[in-house]
Design a protein around this ligand. Structure first.
Ligand code: UD1
Length: 424
């Protein structure tokens, strides 16, 4: 396995380009299944484990793909299977994204149940509810979701999500674009990744109204075509890089971003004492002498993202006082806290709220990644810790951060990747 060895105490400063978004790449790649012919050319797709897993899943279905220099070419003409097997789904929950497109195009799908997750229960009931509303019959048996549609064609419906769900909204959208009639989705997720999916589907020929809002109206069309498309930036990677500069007292300019999508996060950086300036497609952050304590509550977009909560906790270990961090999306997403405390942080969990007591001098030790964003928080802590921090199980980080140590090293960090063996 790989670990990252971080020599802490160095400033992160300079200019860096944001990578393409992982969480918008996945539904876009899934949506290619909706087209019966032609080849898609998708630019700015990040080179990440999750993308590799997802393209592997599509290849398993019979899809042809090639990936060079962040451009993914996809041809979905010869799909031969509608089965997403356990071996691939268990690696990545987002595999459930094939359910909607397969049902819409073929009238049937069989997808392994995704199973548990490192930071609490992550049900898929809303995905299934949406498919049923659109006319699918769903059976759960032998660990699989087996879905089929009478007459092979979904029909329009009114879907009202009781909880805002990115994945369920994406799946419902991808199913509805080829359904017969009109579908309305209320309380749809309005995350930029869903907005991007709407733009992508519309460019393919779908009829979607309300893009970027929580009320979507979709009029089904007969066919969709293959297109060329450029993905958006990764707002979580971008925010993490800003935090890397802020936690080390550095200054950073991020290029290739859309500042409006970072609004909630930038507001918190300002509250923490950072100077922020934005241009059309860049953000610059200058750190203060001393970070100020700043509470955050993670909620659906446009609020502060749950995927940045762990990194914010790491940042607040260096602020002058007490910060309260709450996660309203995943109430128990706090696996990173014991590991941050092993580095010298003082963080308590009280009533599902993290109480971060700063500033604390962190000192390097060996810590374990437990999930993607938890790993990012450990890397941030390692950057400011005295001495050497070793972050084990880096495969979690590799799921979502493109060339992270290269990017950070170019900005002044000293991080190496080394192999190690885990005792079992
Ligand atoms: C996506 C992101 C993930 C992010 C999350 C919340 C991808 C690949 N992943 O995950 O990084 O942390 O959004 O912004 O884009 N829920 C249900 N039933 C369901 C589905 C969800 O109750 O059927 C609940 C979840 O438990 C959670 C909330 O809805 O509390 C939001 O989850 P959701 O937006 O669906 O997360 P994902 O799409 O899985």
């Amino acid at each position: 396995m790989d670990k990252l060895v971080i020599h802490g105490g160095r400033r992160i400063s300079g200019t860096v380009a944001a990578s393409g978004s992982k969480n918008s790449s996945l539904p876009i790649i899934a949506a290619t299944l909706l087209a019966g012919k032609g080849t898609f050319t998708l630019h700015r797709i990040p080179e990440l484990h999750d993308i590799a897993t997802f393209t592997q899943l599509l290849q398993h279905l019979g899809v042809e793909t090639t990936f060079t220099n962040n451009t993914l070419k996809v041809s979905t003409e010869n799909v031969q299977s509608i089965l997403a097997p356990y071996e691939l789904v268990k690696k990545m929950r987002a595999s459930i994204y094939v359910l909607g497109p397969l049902l819409a195009r073929f009238g049937e799908a069989k997808v392994s149940l995704p199973g548990g997750c490192a930071f609490g229960p992550r049900p898929i009931d809303l995905h299934l509810m949406a498919m049923e509303k659109l006319g699918a019959e769903i059976r759960i048996e032998t660990g699989f979701i087996t879905a089929s549609v009478k007459g092979r064609k979904l029909h329009g419906a009114h879907i009202d999500f009781p909880v805002s769900s990115v994945g369920a909204t994406g799946n419902a959208l991808m199913a509805a674009v080829l359904a017969k009639g009109v579908t309305t989705i209320s309380n749809a997720a309005a995350e930029p990744e869903i907005e991007t999916l709407c733009h992508f589907l519309s460019a393919m020929g779908a009829d979607i109204k309300g893009t970027g809002t929580t009320e979507l109206v979709i009029e089904g069309v007969e066919t969709l075509q293959a297109i060329e498309f450029t993905n958006v930036f990764d707002r979580i990677e971008a925010a993490t890089l800003l935090a890397a500069a802020a936690i080390t007292g550095g200054s950073i300019t991020l290029n290739g971003v859309e500042p409006s999508q970072l609004k909630a996060v930038l507001k918190k950086f300002v509250h923490a004492g950072c100077l922020i300036s934005t241009e059309n497609s860049s953000v610059t952050l200058k750190s203060p002498e001393q970070l100020l304590p700043t509470d955050v509550t993670a909620k659906p977009y446009p609020s502060f993202p749950t995927d940045m909560q762990a990194q914010w906790i790491a940042l607040m270990t260096q602020a002058s006082g007490k910060s309260l961090i709450t996660d309203k999306v995943y109430h128990e997403r706090f696996n990173h806290i014991p590991e941050l405390n092993r580095l010298g942080a003082h963080i308590e969990i009280k009533n599902n709220q993290a109480v971060v007591h700063g500033p604390r001098k962190l000192s390097g030790t060996t810590v374990m990644s437990t999930d993607l964003r938890a790993s990012a928080s450990l890397v941030l802590a390692g950057l400011v810790a005295e001495g050497v921090t070793e972050v084990l199980r880096v495969y979690h980080l590799d799921r979502g951060y493109e060339k992270i140590e290269m990017k950070l090293n170019a900005l002044g960090a000293k991080i190496s990747r080394e192999k190690y063996k885990e005792f079992s």
